[in-house]
Design a protein around this ligand. Sequence first.
Ligand code: GLV
Ligand code: MN
Ligand code: MN
Length: 364
Amino acid sequence: MTVDAAGNLRALYAAAESPAPRMVLGSHLDTVPNAGAYDGVLGVVMAVALLESLGGRRLPFAIEVVGFSEEEGVRFGIPFIGSRALVGRLDDELLDRKDANGISVRTAITNFGLNPAEIPRAMLSHDAIAYLEFHIEQGPVLASLGRSLGAVDAIAAQTRMECEFLGRANHAGTTPMHLRHDALAAAAEWIVAVECTAHNQPGLVATVAQIAAKPGASNVIAAEVRVTLDVRYKSDDIRDRALGYLVQQAQEIAERRGLTLGQNVLLSQRAVAMDPYLIDQIQEAIRSTGCQPHRMTSGAGHDAMILAEKTPAAMIFLRSPGGISHDPAESVEVEDVAKALECGLHLLDQLASSSEFQKRMCRA
Ligand code: GLV
Ligand code: MN
Ligand code: MN
């Protein structure tokens, strides 16, 4: 096993003969604050368990397992840092991005004992022919249908940004209400507008989940308020339109209250389709386990949407009991994990004997 310069753990299971193209299996190792135990790491463990289930049997293609270092974007506000390194998108701008303590991604990598100058060597190998990710669904769809496994057909578009309402600090006791430029009240008005907008567009989700107010004393009117915004929809056009409308609302609220607005887009990720051939193969492999597959769009972002820039990508979802994720109550059913493993083995065998996959291997 090796650790690349972006902190991704990587290991290679050799093919029956070499040289041979490789299939990449992976998911992420990091998680969110107060998280559950399965988001991300289950997919890494599934990949390792799948290799173990092969019992030493070699396939016509190698399998590289990757445990991605930083998918959630918690520390630096920008997600997919690990997987971006594999597609050549961990650039200087991202490396210079700082966390709340002023430590840049570049410094964090160096402090961890890795060399940012070696990031180009983390690039996905040119002989990669597919990326597959097992992941918990993180929502209620499979559980509501009583199905164990899903085949992801696309991953929703998402934008993450920060907005800053800039007003004026003043004395909370002496400043009459009509003479205030209260940044926190403006942010509060906008947060409710964000929620209303998403309620009015079926399928749109919009979330303000972080807020920081300065100077932060109970007897001082807030002068600066920074809030995050996360907007997602299954297609780019509606996501873009909703985002434009929300920013316009923030501007109107700020103007009406005599404030100014700052904005900084941290992530604008287009909706990404999974590979149709791999989706069909996954559905067939799910059926071979005796389960009924369900095709679905993922509202959560995944490393698969980054890897899809360079290689055909696909995902297998495992039912999330109660539809809970990003919370300690997140769980999986042991039987679903067993079915997913069985499905993975069927999939590898199907691909090993598929003429389409042979063609893809020859082209690699
Ligand atoms: C990943 O967990 C995401 O927020 O989409
Ligand atoms: Mn997550
Ligand atoms: Mn995840």
